[in-house]
Design a protein around this ligand. Structure first.
Ligand code: GCW
Length: 714
């Protein structure tokens, strides 16, 4: 009897241990079907690592554990490249002269790679090379991805270089371990008490995930920066983390508080033109580089939402950024200076960053990059691209996306963000002319030689599955992949991710892909269709509160400022008869956006205030179209549930059930959004709900009284 119990316990333990909880992300390396696995194992039976460095070692270890997991066989290590089927190392042309031209390897730059099968001795050899070890690392991850997704790896000839030099995550993590707008548990970096070895493992896994997606840098603390980050103990913590990330080609950057010289250094002020302030920063920079020789640089949020900045001293953003840039320059560090600024006042908030920054174009040092949010307001489910892209042709600009879902249902809603990011990157700014997309402008197409970068606000935390929602992992992955190659389609990336994370069975992939590809538009529809924005509760940014009125609050924190609903209509008039924010776009966009007849439907109420019965090209009047879109969003969520329920047999029980539970919440909340917004807007439109639309299940007065409850959000 006792034996049976013990056996049962051991068995249960084995099952639980093997159970997936999402921690392994897309690097699960579970066994592939034998037929494919044997081919890979044979093709990479023995590996030669040409060279020695922590980066090469990380790459070799990864390849070996991936092969072991995927094929059941660890490759042999072979010292003699002639006996090997795979050789990895930088500059292999020195040994395999015929396989590459030196110029080709050179063209890989700092991080590019070549994967090439070449004849060698009596057989063939797979060469993974580049100009640097980092390139080899990315080549190895590309090869692993090919195996994870069942691709052919014989006869390879592939080379890639990244589209942006710096591909960064921004962590909005505070020293006390909280994460601003974080929905996946507490901070990975700060206020931790676990054993160092345990932390190192987690940091290594974080680094592996980033490297596999192509991310090469991370800002480890919140842009609302604590001056304490520049204290010696925080710098030491930064250095400890940097040591673990370094073999994966990841550099660390720090968000700094502009008033640090006064707060921390005891100086009378932090005026950027004060030589004592400049000296203080120079010394601080030296202190940081002594601890972290490859430190990347600073990220600064200045004179925005209460943060201090150069304007406190009557100086400009350029004065502030340049002073820091000069301190970092001797060490090749950079300054990422955020353009997310808006002050209460009469000017349309969407206009403000442009008004403040465009006059400074051309005044920044060349190691300053101005970091601009994708849209002119704030990470809404849909925004037009920020008009700063294109308007500052003599300044390096980078896009900041939000991967954490501050306005997109936190980690409760499944919203695949690659379509949103592609939409922005592919937007043609028309400045200086056709074809000047956001991707090309920030990628340096018009300013060769300048450093280029792209950032995403991270959605990671201490949560066992890293991101709070299994599908939110896809947003981390997709950001990295797009930052590496923005020409990849959102669908292709989703397909890779699904195959690596769940299953590559076509009967799983097709429906799951449709679900992911539909999810962003569904969220736009049930939250803010037709260009509406900022309808959420102002304190939590989660659920709908289009009615909020807080006496004395800043008007631009309140939804009514943005939707302007009244008996006359709805929307923000940014056309020439309104705030004229359209003038910030280059022709012909300003004309296209400026006229409701030509403005794209998805942005209509972003740029126009229109009567409820305004006729749309869809054949519906505005009110009916709005209703039908909210309804379509709800229906999509229901469809997501059905789709997922049908995929049970392809997924493990735990992840299946967890996603299922989240989808249930999402549908419920899509209905909440629909009812709250439509019942409220109906008090102005006075129009009935159109035929074919479900009746609301909520009551407006109750919704208004309902207190927002955070219980299921952590
Ligand atoms: O989106 C808003 C957020 C703030 C954030 C700010 C910013 C870090 O609500 O939490 O602060 O933007 O990007 O600076």
């Amino acid at each position: 009897m006792r034996k049976t119990v013990v056996t049962a316990v051991i068995l249960l333990w084995a099952i639980l241990a093997a159970a997936e909880n999402g921690y392994d992300l897309w690097l699960r390396y579970r066994p592939l079907p034998a037929a494919i696995a044997d081919g890979y194992a044979e093709c990479i039976a023995a590996v030669h690592v040409a060279g020695e460095s922590p980066v090469l070692k990380a790459a070799a270890d990864e390849l070996s554990s991936a092969l072991e997991g995927l094929t059941g066989r660890r490759p042999a290590v072979c010292r003699d490249p002639r006996a090997c089927c795979l050789v990895m190392g930088a500059h292999l042309e020195e040994r395999f002269g015929g396989a590459f031209a030196a110029a080709e390897v050179e063209a890989c730059g700092n991080e590019g790679f070549i994967l090439r099968t070449a004849p060698f001795g009596k057989g063939m050899v797979l060469l993974v090379t580049g100009h640097t070890d980092a390139g080899v690392l990315y080549g190895v991850f590309a090869l692993i991805r090919m195996m994870q997704t069942g691709k052919e790896i014989t006869g390879l000839d592939l080379s890639e270089t990244p589209d942006w030099d710096l591909r960064l995550l921004n962590h909005w993590d505070n020293p006390d371990g909280t994460v601003e707008r974080g929905y996946a548990g507490r901070s990975l970096w700060w206020n931790r008490e676990e054993a160092p070895e345990q932390l190192r493992k987690q940091y290594r896994d974080y680094a592996r995930a980033n490297a596999s997606a192509g991310i090469n840098g991370a800002v480890l603390n919140n842009v609302n920066a604590s001056p304490g980050m520049l204290r010696p103990e925080a710098i030491r913590q930064y250095a400890t983390i940097a040591d673990v990330l370094r073999p994966y080609n990841i550099r660390v950057y720090m968000a700094v508080n502009f008033s640090s010289p006064a707060i921390l250094g005891g100086l009378p002020g932090s005026d950027p033109l004060d030589p004592a302030v400049e000296r203080w920063w120079k010394e601080k920079v030296e202190e940081i580089y002594a601890a972290i020789p490859d430190f990347g640089g600073f990220l600064v949020k200045a004179n925005s939402e209460g943060q201090p900045g150069p304007q406190n001293y009557g100086r400009t953003h350029a004065d502030g950024a340049n002073m820091l840039a000069r301190a970092l320059k001797p060490r090749n560090g950079i300054v990422m200076w955020r353009a997310f600024v808006y002050e209460p006042g009469s000017e349309d908030r969407a206009r403000q960053a442009y008004t403040e920054f465009v006059p400074l174009d051309g005044q920044f040092e060349d190691n300053v990059i101005v970091q601009v949010k994708n849209g002119p307001v704030d990470f809404q489910p849909r925004e037009p691209f920020s008009p700063l892209f294109g308007a500052m042709q003599n300044t390096s600009l980078m896009v900041e996306f939000q991967i954490t879902q501050e306005y997109l249902g936190f980690s409760d809603h499944l919203v695949y963000l690659a379509p949103l990011q592609k939409e922005c990157l592919d937007s043609d700014t028309w400045c200086p002319g056709k074809g000047s997309t956001v991707a090309r402008i920030t990628g340096g197409a018009f300013s060769p030689g300048r450093i280029t970068a792209i950032a995403g606000v991270a959605n990671t935390g201490r949560d066992s599955l890293w991101c709070g929602h299994h599908f939110a992992q896809a947003n981390w992955y997709a950001f990295g992949r797009l930052a590496w190659n923005y020409r990849l389609s959102a669908r292709e990336i989703a397909r890779e991710w699904l195959a690596m994370t769940f299953s590559s069975d076509p009967s799983f992939l097709e429906p799951a892909l449709t679900l992911m590809m539909r999810s962003r538009e569904a969220a736009v529809n049930y939250m803010t269709p037709l260009g509406l924005h900022h309808l959420m509760g102002w304190s939590h940014h989660y659920g709908p509160e289009p009615w909020t009125d807080i006496p004395g609050a800043r008007p631009d924190w309140l939804p009514r400022y943005y939707h302007n609903a009244s008996p006359l209509g709805i929307g923000f008039n940014r056309s020439p008869s309104g705030s004229n924010a359209v003038e910030q776009y280059c022709p012909p966009l300003r004309e296209i956006y400026g006229d409701p007849a030509t403005c794209p439907l998805p942005l209509l109420l972003w740029f126009h205030h229109l009567p409820w019965d305004y006729p749309l090209p869809t054949g519906n009047r505005l009110w009916d179209e709005l209703c039908l879109r909210y309804q379509a969003g709800v229906e999509d969520c229901r469809q997501f549930q059905k789709t997922w329920d049908g995929l049970n047999r392809f997924t493990d029980p735990r992840r299946f059930a967890e996603v299922q539970a989240k989808l249930r919440i999402q549908t419920r909340e899509a209905m909440w959004w629909r009812d709250a917004c439509l019942l409220y807007f109906q008090t102005f439109s006075g129009l009935p709900f159109p035929a074919g639309m479900e009746r609301p299940v909520h009551n407006l007065d109750q919704l208004k009284k309902q207190k927002f409850n955070l219980t299921h959000h952590n």
